[in-house]
Ligand binder design. Sequence first.
Ligand code: AMP
Length: 113
Amino acid sequence: MSKTLFEKIIDKEIPAEIIFEDEIAIVIKDINPQAPTHLLIIPKKVIPKLSDATDNDKDVLGHLMLIAKDISNQLGLDETFRLVVNNGAKAGQSVFHLHIHLLSGRPLNWPPG
Ligand code: AMP
């Protein structure tokens, strides 16, 4: 199996602006930001999309959410941010390695497009 784009970033084969890293996940700046703050919270375990996650992934998935909270506090986002998971090509997913978008720094309208 060839590596996903995000595995290559995790393995430091492709450069990225790394904001945070631990044994479970990495957080990078999105290369094409859609808001003043646009981060990607990426598990090191390759789960292609959220619909592929299982009960075994509970800890990883919970960890990603807590990273979002911690990073938003560290960056002083005033508890104002949006998390997005695009699941499947028709929902806008382009990289098939699960990731959470963290967006902040501009008005975020509802419903999203
Ligand atoms: P999605 O469309 O939900 O799969 O999100 C994939 C995201 O990855 C998009 O927002 C892209 O801008 C972002 N992206 C693609 N390549 C890179 C890269 N080399 N470094 C950082 N972000 C990237």
